[in-house]
Design a protein. Sequence first.
Length: 438
Amino acid sequence: MRPDAREVGGPVRVAVLGAGVVGSQVVRLLLEHGNELAARIGAPLELAGVAVRRPNRHPDVPAALLTTDAAALVARPDVDVVVEVIGGLEPTRELLLTALRRGAAVVTANKALLAEHGPELYEAADAAGADLYFEAAVAGAIPLIRPIRESLAGDRISRIMGIVNGTTNFILSAMSQQGVGYGEALAEATRLGYAEADPTADVDGFDAAAKAAILASIGFHTRVGADQVHREGIAGVTAADIRAAREIGCVVKLLAICERVSVGGGEAVSARVHPVMLPVAHPLAGVDGAYNAVYVEAESAGRLMFYGPGAGGAPTASAVLGDLVAVARNRLVGGRGPGESAHADLPVQPMGEVPARYHVSLDVDDRSGVLAAVAGAFAAAGVSISDVRQMGRGTDAQLVAVTHTAPDAVLATTVAQLGELPAVHRVTSVMRVMGELR
Ligand SMILES: NC(=O)C1=CN([C@@H]2O[C@H](COP(=O)(O)OP(=O)(O)OC[C@H]3O[C@@H](n4cnc5c(N)ncnc54)[C@H](O)[C@@H]3O)[C@@H](O)[C@H]2O)C=CC1
Ligand SMILES: N[C@@H](CC=O)C(=O)O
Ligand code: NA
């Protein structure tokens, strides 16, 4: 049940859970822009409480609002909206279920929670007629969730593809443009507030996979969990990979790709996250630092591109505040925003079936017959090569091959077999390639 209907124009009371990088900015904006927000909503937003772990670390939050008891705060009947910016799966799942079950609206930036427990949260929201908004959970400040759930609700989306993790994009940009080392770039991304509390979530691709799960779910009206997204991070991307990409006119980017695909006369969803070599002329190749950019392709709309800051306290707080205004407006008119839409219920395509092109660099013997042996291994697997180059380096040589499209599993097996050839010393770089190479 919703809390008691409020008198029109009465305050909308907001509880904020967590006052870290994002939460502290949410509280600041609420306190600094209160009058303007009230004018836009038609009622004041009143900060009812801020749950934190260590109250003495938050001098900018009025002391009377601070509490260490988040469970008591979300259960308070006078709280209309709960903003969750703690992160992680627990106790956030339990806290948000408590809020939703008593009819409070929820605004969250927590993609990990949504990708893992989205259906349970949606069900609780539906049962109570409460709002569940999460614009900040994907691509930070960029309006993307609302455009997909609302503006494109009348269209048929075929593809959502882009850079959705600011930390890894920051690291890859620093490595390729300034020659900064991986560890140093990660430390700087953490210092700037881009990285997750545990940055392995960023570098191992978990964060991008959670975002891909959310995008695939709302884009294709199908429940896609984080465990159904193929995930490869950037921890294995080396300076040699970045050099190899540069040699063929490419940059390395970590992409999330969600597609509606045809499988055996029916439709399925493919959702995957992995590094790719992208030609420098590709629009996503120029997206640097903590910026994100996402293409959405829809049957009638055509190709749309969304670009902007994908991480950071203030940009993410902007998305949270936008949701807060939306749910407050809904509340005042007694309405509700979109709930879960999972009617299509499409199967998820296994990664092994996804068509891909690979760029493979090998250290090989510099002698005749090696190229033929390598080409023979590709041919035996039915994989055709679009480009091959061999560069002598004294006693050994570097051999680079770019394949035509083949099923991902076939390519992966072929590369493993190449590594077994006597003439191959080492497989130095393997990466998927996208777009037209020069
Ligand atoms: N930092 C960013 O650029 C973005 C973050 N997000 C998401 O926003 C959420 C918050 O991220 P950040 O602010 O960066 O994290 P953070 O680690 O800076 O802040 C989280 C805060 O919650 C507090 N906290 C932990 N458990 C608590 C509890 N039980 N009760 C009260 N407070 C508790 C922590 O002490 C910390 O201050 C995460 O879900 C993250 O994935 C989303 C988009 C961008
Ligand atoms: N750690 C995330 C924060 C925003 O979602 C990122 O780097 O993108
Ligand atoms: Na967003």
